[in-house]
Design a protein around this ligand. Sequence first.
Ligand code: ADP
Length: 482
Amino acid sequence: MVRVLSVASEMFPLVKTGGLGDVAGALPAALAAAGAATTTILPGYPATMAALSDSSPVHEFADLFGGAATVLRGSAAGLDVMVVDAPHLYARAGNPYLGADGKEWADNGLRFAGLGAAAAAMAVGVGPGDGFDILHAHDWQAAMAVVYLNFHPGERPGTVLTIHNLAFQGRYPAALFPRLGLPDAAFSLNGLEYHGDVNFLKGGLSYADRIATVSPTYAREIMGEENGMGLDGVLRYRADAVSGIMNGIDDTIWNPAADPLIPGRFGRGKLAKRALNKTELQRRMGLEENPDALLIGVVSRMTTQKGLDMLVDLLDDLASDGIQLALLGSGDPDLEDAFVTAAEWNQGSVGCVIGYDEALAHLIEAGSDAFLAPSRFEPCGLTQLYALRYGSVPVVSRVGGLADSVIDANEAALAAGVATGLQFWPATPSALQAALRRLMALWLDKPAWTRMQRNGMAADVSWRGPASRYVALYRSILAERG
Ligand code: ADP
């Protein structure tokens, strides 16, 4: 077994703000089946501290960026975890990254440098024989682990950095650098330095043995200026080390045949039970309880990335066409207001819940007929994978992982009987509107519709394939290092 230390700032079900949490929570079990044993190291937020059981201290830091810290090892949610118990950095209620005012915590640089430094120390081992073969860092919050390991004077494990979203980089003024405890060489063009600032993600991208991102299309897109978020040059420079490995889903949690969060459990051969979920969803969202109305679901953060602003202007038209919308999301206050207002204007046709609700997210996947993800960019996207598994036909913009996971119902795909959903491009209101018209036409063609549902439910969106690709990636580093 390859011994892996996974470094993550969130992990479902303990802490989750998005797909990163799902991945960190689900990948370890899949890796175990594919030949790698994972320990996950997490910040000691109140939620992680509370979930930790059978723990014992494995290391003490007299001073981890402003206070003492202890690394505890134990288990949480059935996984082997290490938690960095550093109250001065992590003992804060609420969101892991933002204060109550919705702004980033002012000391996020030190908070996630702390995670990185602690992870790097654990990766090389605090006692004989207890180190790791590979450190696998997720996103900018974990990227400093790769940087610290790069400057570790002795033997170090191989390193992988997975980019879940290049838009978030951990960029701070240069004044942070002297506090990081790194040699001057780290603040260079081939290291952390970025336009005079410190950039954690760039540091990780510069020093990682391998860079992975969460879909093959996103791996190509981020090498270009348009989607490179200012790091395309670094990624092109490291192109030989970059690969795209599609995320999977936890198919024990997202399993329509055994999901405790939905009233009607169903399988590919027994789609009739879905109707119970649709009725329940319509009731919950204040929609007209009409089995024949095409019901479109959305579960999403409300940010520019997710493209939901394009939907707002179409809502009146959708309602007059008899199409229903069930939306769950939170984020941009203006967008939240726009959907709440649209729901008031279109009672019975547009339902929206502002907030975060895991159970409702399951019901939307299980009860909607189609599932919309109109992202402007999307590294992988998980909600469309859940939709495939739950027999809700995904309608997606043709970007990143959305492009890689949905087979568009064009003439050829329909004729061959392989379509699983609809893609549209560009990400504009008119292209979205055209896609929704195509969707309506397919809705009226019941055999074609059922075929799409069944194809989607048969698609392998599990972690099995991706996990074996990660293990191959780990092994390629170990082989290279001898
Ligand atoms: P991202 O990580 O960019 O937010 P993904 O599609 O990769 O997008 O993952 C989003 C995850 O967060 C999914 O598991 C989705 O169900 C969940 N999610 C997003 N918004 C909400 C919400 N308001 N309530 C419940 N779950 C949500």
